[in-house]
Design a protein around this ligand. Structure first.
Ligand SMILES: [Zn+2]
Length: 76
């Protein structure tokens, strides 16, 4: 399943408050307890390539950038 933020349309709907209420009512995604949409990178917000190990909660590309400062060492 692909990921898209439903709030992107809010910019257009700000001028029409009643339509916005209707949009939120029918298009807001279900609040989930687990799954892909609950895990986002805490640094950039990317939903894919998530690393949750050791409580990192960052995506793979952010991990590459901050790994050395966290104390990870790349062998070979
Ligand atoms: Zn990230």
């Amino acid at each position: 399943m692909t990921y898209s933020d439903y709030r992107k349309v809010f910019k257009q709907l700000k001028a029409k408050p009643t339509k916005m209420q209707k949009y939120i009512k029918h298009n807001a995604p279900k609040a989930r307890k687990y799954g892909r949409s609950t895990k986002k990178c805490r640094r950039c917000g990317r939903p894919g390539g998530h690393i949750g190990k050791y409580g990192l909660a960052v995506c793979r590309s952010c991990f590459r950038e901050i790994a050395t400062s966290l104390g990870f060492k790349k062998y070979n």
